[in-house]
Design a protein around this ligand. Structure first.
Ligand code: ZN
Length: 238
C-alpha cells in the first residue's frame, strides 16, 4: 500500500525505456526485464572477457611470476547503441545506488550458481580516488561489491585497496590506459588472513586496464596460492 502511494507521488520509470513502473516492477518494466542482454560468461571459465583479461595479465606479468587463468564474468553486455547502457550509467552518473544494489544482487546470484566462482570468500571493489569519491558521494563499484558479497556469503573488504589521483580513463586508448593506471592502486588495509579466493568487482569492463592494475597489487600481496577473479556489472561489446 505504501509502495502504491509512493508510486502515485513519485512515479518510478523503467531505466531502459522510460515506461512508468507498476508496484510489482523494480528498476525495469517487465518487457525490458525479460530482454536483459545477459553475457552468461559466469557459466564458463573460458569466455571472451576472461580471455581478454588474461591476455592483458600475461602482457604485464613479471618474468618470475607464474599465473593461473583468472576467472572473469560480467552480468550484462554494454553497447553504445543499446538502451541497456542506461543501467551502468544510472549507477555511475545518475546517483542511483539502488540500481547498484539491485543489479549487484542479480550478479551475485548468477555467480553463486556458477562452479567457476564457488568458494569466493572475499570481495574487493575497485576503489575511487578520495576526491572522486567525495564528489560522487559513493563508490559505484563498492555498492555492487556489497550486494555481490551478500549473495555469495563472502566478506566485503571495501578498504583493501586505495587509489591515487590520475587522469580520467574515458578518452584514452587501451595502451594509454594501461600506462595511466600503473602505480595508481596500492594496498591500503589489505585482506583478512586466510582468504583463498578473492573477487575484484568493478562497474564496467572496458579494456581491463584498471582491473589488471588492481589484480597485480593483490597478487603481489597475496602470493601465488590465492585465487583472484573479476566480476563486473557490464562488459563492453566491441
Ligand atoms: Zn522498459
Amino acid at each position: 500500500m505504501f509502495k502504491e502511494m509512493l508510486d502515485v507521488l513519485m512515479p518510478r520509470e523503467c531505466l531502459v525505456c522510460g515506461r512508468r513502473l507498476g508496484a510489482q516492477e523494480s528498476q525495469l518494466c517487465i518487457w525490458c526485464a525479460a530482454d536483459l542482454p545477459f553475457t552468461y560468461y559466469w557459466e564458463s571459465l573460458w569466455n571472451p572477457m576472461a580471455d581478454a583479461f588474461n591476455a592483458l595479465l600475461e602482457q604485464l606479468r613479471p618474468e618470475d611470476m607464474k599465473l593461473a587463468y583468472a576467472p572473469a564474468a560480467a552480468l550484462l553486455f554494454y553497447h553504445h547503441g543499446n538502451p541497456y547502457k542506461m543501467v551502468p550509467r544510472a549507477l555511475k552518473y545518475g546517483g542511483r545506488q539502488d540500481v547498484g544494489r539491485y543489479f549487484g544482487a542479480l550478479l551475485g546470484r548468477r555467480l553463486r550458481s556458477s562452479v567457476v566462482f564457488a568458494g569466493v570468500d572475499a570481495v574487493v571493489p575497485v576503489p575511487l580516488s578520495a576526491l572522486r569519491h567525495w564528489r560522487r558521494g559513493y563508490n559505484q563499484a563498492a555498492v555492487l561489491a556489497g550486494a555481490v558479497a551478500r549473495e555469495l556469503g563472502a566478506r566485503l573488504c571495501p578498504h583493501a585497496l586505495g587509489r591515487r589521483r590520475s587522469r580520467s580513463q574515458t578518452s584514452l586508448s587501451a595502451k594509454e590506459r594501461l600506462r595511466n593506471v600503473r602505480g595508481v592502486f596500492y594496498l591500503r588495509r589489505g585482506l583478512p588472513p586466510g582468504c583463498r579466493y578473492v573477487l575484484l568487482v568493478d562497474d564496467t569492463f572496458t579494456t581491463g586496464a584498471t582491473l589488471s592494475a588492481c589484480y597485480y597489487v593483490l597478487r603481489t600481496a597475496l602470493g601465488p596460492e590465492v585465487r583472484i577473479g573479476i566480476a563486473t556489472l557490464a562488459a563492453v561489446q566491441a
